[in-house]
Design a protein around this ligand. Sequence first.
Ligand SMILES: Nc1ncnc2c1ncn2[C@@H]1O[C@H](COP(=O)(O)OP(=O)(O)OP(=O)(O)O)[C@@H](O)[C@H]1O
Length: 748
Amino acid sequence: MEETTPAGQQHPEFQKEVDRLEYTKNYMDEILHESQAGIKAAQEKIRQSMANVEYIDSSDSFINILTNSRFFELAQNQKEGLEAVKKKPYFARIHFQRTGEQEELLYIGKISLFHRETFEPIIVDWRSPVANVYYDGRLGEITYDVRGEEYSGHLFAKRQYKIEEGTLLDIRDVDLTTNDELLQEALAGKADVRLTEIVATIQKEQNEIIRAHLRQPILVQGAAGSGKTTIALHRISYFLYTMGEHFNAEQLMIIAPNNLFIEYIGEVLPELGVERICQTTYADYVQKATGIKLKLQNPNELLEQILNEEASSNPKFNITKIKGSLLYKEILDRYVKMHEHQLAELFEDVYIEKYRIMLGSHLKKLFLIEFAYMPIEKRLERIKKVIQTEVKRKSKAVLTSLNSRYEEYIGKALDGIRDADKRRETVTKFIDERDERIPKIKAESKSVATTYMKRFEKVKIKSVYRTFLTDRMMLRELAPEWTFEEQELFLQAHSKEKWTVEDLAALFYLHARIKGVADKWKMRVVFVDEVQDYSLFQLVALKIGLETDMFTMVGDLAQGIHSYRSLTEWESVLEQFPRANYFTLQKSYRTTIEIMEVANKILTKMDEQLPLVEPVVRHGNEPTFIQSEEFNPKVINDIYSTLKAKGHQSIALIFKSSSEATDYAKKLGEFNVEVELLTENSELAGSKLLVVPSHLAKGLEFDAVIIAAFDTPYYDTVIDRKLLYVALTRAMHELYLVGPNKSVFLLE
Ligand SMILES: Nc1ncnc2c1ncn2[C@@H]1O[C@H](COP(=O)(O)OP(=O)(O)OP(=O)(O)O)[C@@H](O)[C@H]1O
């Protein structure tokens, strides 16, 4: 239900809202002109009086970090950011009455701002608890949660604003945010190659995911274009807002499939007030955290290799797949245990001179049992400390007893030996002996722990793993599940030193179990996008190494183009993250109904039997098929020109394989079409025709997409269906298919 203002007629409260906007902007200016000290004092004053408005937002960070501090921070440091806020201070308002309180009009924006004298909330942050009412609640009686405590109230109205460049253009009163005009406009108007923030139009089911239990893992199966990436980014922002007290941004990590993708999402985070979070790929993270440098085989090469082979010709003993399995982890566990037991045999009694300070068996027990929860080398460090402490304690006793023993000897000699020469000689001998032994013992007690620990040499994880990959005898013992032939295949595959992404989980896992992850890399919260492209072991290795299960994982099995080595179902992930909440998102916000219909046809061909994607009601042109026997740059250029003439800005030409993309990008260039071939290290800028291999298109979106297939048609195989589906679902508004016939797109 939506109350729109009839064309040409102004909303009755339009002027009032214009005044309100002026008031807000003026107040912002006023604050900006205040001195630094004034700002600090105002901030403090507001902080102290937060009790008055606690029910609006009492999250820790809200009080301590965001009591205007974001605004002040902007005021002090980022003129540009502040200008952006001033241009659009808020996007919605709720007319709300908390039970037992006065009615209030709360304006919702991207930051919070309170009046420093009256404490009136001028703008309420979209992440605050009360703002949840805007996203979640219909009009009427509602409840909301502040730090586990439930508040109830009445929501009288929701109003949305269209503000551009600081000027109010339109007002709308709405009931549901679904299908509202603002959303339609947001979806229709976007013409950038990058992701944007969507705080004004977050939908109820998306809001639930953004705000789902922050201390628990979540897993989202979401259709292409359902907002998974966007939601993950907003959840990060919400997380830091709500939990900023307990977590630093540096301890949060978002894992993306490649650098292109990181660039793609890169600008949204600052817009959402998120800075300094670690944005990385799995490969980069593992290499940094372990300090191991690897020359990795490009995973896409392997994908292309597989594409060129018949998919069914995959050997039964698929090493790629095995390396991502939990069995592989188990085999590595045995290997670590073997290493651990070899070390344990080295524990002997600790001596200073001839005094036994500690029993080897005791140290062994510490190593194998008491400290078993720690990584091996950390245990050894602890044991060294234990020895040092014990030596300190015992060496004192040793020295005291030795001293008194010599005193006694000397005393006895003095008293008991009659012959003066002999007496002198004996006493001198004792004194010399004592003066020699005592400093020696002192010196030894200082170095004994270090000397003792030298037997435990520090290992290099890369070589430890390499040994595992190549040692025949050891493999026989460690992997009894594999047949003799399989073991041989495994060894053969590793005869040459070659590293692939599949080895990353193992390296990280061994590093975590043997050395432990250094604090700097010990991320406490992890966000994984395109999670279907990871193996179970990759996720579990991270979980164990980081000692946290606070993972937000979003993905889509229908887009699992790396399924030859990664996840093909979610059950196993949920088993490994038993505390996880599972969500699904079925609606696509990206694609028009007409394009989605085509994509859904491919979806139904998949084995996963995923439900059809429901596009948000938004119509566009029917996808156009253009018949062309072979590649003709003119045909492509004509389509490109038509699309440009329609005002589309980001236009992609997608080919199945990299080699096709490379060849035809060159040919288009020769034909004077302004093209850019996207690679992992491309920068997403400019307005050229982007030529994209299908696997790299994943996660990205474009106004219009041309899918062309000549030499490498899409076959009805697991991988091809997924690659085609990915390509189809990249288009926001228009889609062209160019090829000799429709069957190369599996459409006949
Ligand atoms: N509530 C919303 N309001 C406005 N735009 C939205 C909303 N939700 C999603 N979008 C837009 O829909 C598009 C798809 O979002 P996003 O890329 O996050 O989806 P995705 O699920 O990660 O897609 P894929 O799996 O295909 O990569 C983006 O342009 C995003 O801005």
